[in-house]
Design a protein around this ligand. Structure first.
Ligand SMILES: Cc1cc2nc3c(=O)[nH]c(=O)nc-3n(C[C@H](O)[C@H](O)[C@H](O)COP(=O)(O)OP(=O)(O)OC[C@H]3O[C@@H](n4cnc5c(N)ncnc54)[C@H](O)[C@@H]3O)c2cc1C
Length: 536
């Protein structure tokens, strides 16, 4: 059994950054990763067209100015291979691999109530003991396991978008089905459409999507960004979503129509995911949102030739932005191709597989490859897989039976010395996730240093602080339009999951104020323990 100061679960962007930072303050740290490679979602989601939808200059680590200067992004929105290459470069440059144990899936983590240390086991029976347990298991790392009847009969190939094979998949001459039109389906459709003989896209929910306006990064742009990178990072930290720009401070409906449409047009052509930030209240006020939704619908309509298809592809029944909008590179135009077909599964549900393809209510369709792009058990999927037991044997599953509760999205009462990175209750998927994870990790490093200086063995969110934070997260959510739409933000994508709004919608800047305030007050809201005794 190895004994460490900090045990981190997950070697994605967050786990690796945490390793570097905690090691940097002298803590003996290990990362356990279930897969045989580092990179998290960027290791798993190798589907054609996969890329980030936050600009790479912002969707990258900020902790090392040298790293910033030496890395050269080739595109405004980097592809998955380039992002994975970056993660591997970081791991080598900062010598991270020696403390990452691959092929190690955490099965249990149990608090020893005397020592207030965590005993962790893996599925293959190995053990660790750690003073602090960090869950960096990801928000979108647990795929939703959609299946249809008779799947085992199918003689073709089935692939899940988030467990994409490492070798290239050859679509040439193939009849391909994509089930799902969330971001993964939206990104892969135009790429596969160009390669396959025939592509059928099965749609349950028509999605809003904004063009990526992707382009190569010129040397000039690269130099310009690098000359002012610190300012850019600060702008991102001080923006609502960590994207580096702030909305127009007016309400969309206060602005004359032609001015509003000009602002939407500019945002449509440049902002991608940030379109929702054109005006301050697009996600707060229905009337304002109506103007944005109408604009996006009209832009989608312009891209689709066939009126019947247009009707099916334009989202009608939920406000723009209340499900995570996609950022695309030619999604809607792909449906103008003669080899691409759309099937609305609300009209003609998939009833099961046949030996040669899929059966819908109206037909049997033949496929060589069926791709599930059906999404994730978001926010809590990977957090609730291992059995994590805190005080009195309370498991995280039991504690979160009615939905996730925490203080600041990071600390959970009855689970001392356990911390979650970019979990529910933090800005998480409503933000530039990488930026949000770095904010939390830096804060935790300060907390751990404080504990060391003050001879504190364990930190735990108080029940009161947890209650107040959950109430605050809910209050902020109630101010928004998010609650109007069943989405993964609300757990609505998973049957049986509690319907609770999970991310913190108060923005990254607002969230940081709480972090700073808590630290400034000597970590108010957290009780400090010494093993076998309570210090404060
Ligand atoms: C296709 C795709 C595109 C995205 N694009 C963006 C974007 O542009 N901008 C943005 O902000 N966010 C984006 N995201 C969200 C993304 O989840 C985060 O940006 C970020 O990469 C998450 O990093 P992470 O380290 O927190 O988690 P992950 O990358 O999910 O890593 C978690 C790791 O934990 C491991 N793990 C889980 N459970 C266990 C266990 N029990 N034992 C051991 N290991 C375990 C997993 O195997 C995984 O490697 C995207 C997500 C996807 C899927």
């Amino acid at each position: 059994m190895r004994t460490v100061d900090v045990l981190i679960v997950g070697a994605g962007f967050a786990g690796l950054r945490a390793l570097h930072t905690f090691r940097g303050i002298g803590l003996d740290t290990v990362v356990l990763e279930a897969d045989d490679a580092i990179g998290g979602v960027w290791n798993f989601n190798r589907y054609p067209g996969a890329r980030c939808d936050v600009e790479s200059f912002d969707y990258s680590y900020r902790f090392s100015p040298e790293l910033e200067q030496e890395w050269r992004w080739t595109e405004r929105y980097a592809t998955q291979p380039e992002i994975l290459k970056y993660i591997n470069h970081v791991a080598d440059r900062f010598d991270l691999r020696r403390d990452v144990e691959l092929n190690t899936r955490v099965q249990t983590a149990t608090l020893d109530e005397n020592s207030l240390r965590w005993r962790v086991t893996s599925t293959d029976g190995r053990e660790w003991e750690a003073e602090r347990l960090i869950l960096a298991v990801g928000q979108l790392s647990a795929p939703k396991n959609t299946t249809y009847p008779d799947q085992d009969q199918f003689e073709g190939r089935i692939i899940h978008s988030s467990r994409w094979p490492r070798e290239e998949v050859d679509f040439a001459g193939k009849r391909v089905a994509i089930i799902g039109t969330g971001s993964s389906g939206v990104q892969m459709t135009p790429v596969i459409a160009e390669q396959a003989a025939h592509l059928t896209v099965f749609q349950r929910t028509a999605n809003y999507s904004i063009p990526a306006a992707n382009s190569p990064v010129s040397d000039e742009e690269d130099r310009a960004v690098k000359a002012r990178y610190r300012e850019r990072r600060e702008a991102a930290r001080n923006s609502p979503s960590g994207l580096g720009f702030t909305p127009d401070s007016r309400s969309a409906i206060e602005v004359p129509e032609d001015e509003r449409n000009a602002a939407f047009e500019a945002a449509w052509n440049r902002l991608g995911f940030g379109f929702a930030l054109t005006f301050k209240d697009i996600l707060l006020n229905q009337e304002s949102n109506d103007t944005a939704s109408a604009f996006v619908r009209s832009k989608i309509a312009e891209q689709i030739v066939d009126p019947a298809l247009r009707k099916k592809l334009i989202p009608q029944d939920f406000p723009f932005g209340t499900r995570r909008p996609s950022v695309d590179s030619g999604y809607f135009k792909a449906f103008n191709r003669p080899n691409v077909e759309l099937v609305d599964i609300n009209e003609t549900p998939i009833t099961g597989f046949t030996r040669s393809g899929l059966r819908t209510a109206d037909a049997e369709r033949v496929f060589d490859i069926v791709i599930y792009a059906t999404g994730f058990d978001a926010f809590t999927g990977s957090l609730l897989k291992p059995v994590i037991s805190g005080r009195g044997g309370m498991t995280l599953q039991a504690k979160w039976a009615a939905g996730p509760v925490s203080f600041l999205g990071m600390a959970v009462n009855a689970f001392p010395n356990m911390f979650i990175i970019v979990g529910p209750g933090s800005p998480s998927l409503l933000s530039n996730v990488l930026l949000s994870s770095e904010e939390q990790i830096d804060w935790l490093a300060d907390l751990f240093a404080y504990c060391r200086d003050n001879r504190i063995d364990a930190v735990e969110a108080t029940a009161e602080a947890e209650r107040d934070w959950v109430a605050h997260v809910n209050e902020r959510a109630e101010e928004t339009l998010y609650l109007k739409t069943p989405s993964y933000y609300l757990g609505a994508e998973m049957p049986g999951k509690p319907r609770v709004f999970m991310p913190y919608s108060g923005g990254v800047r607002g969230y940081r104020r709480f972090l700073e305030d808590t630290a400034a007050k000597g970590y108010a809201g957290m009780s400090m323990h010494r093993a076998e005794a309570t210090a404060a």
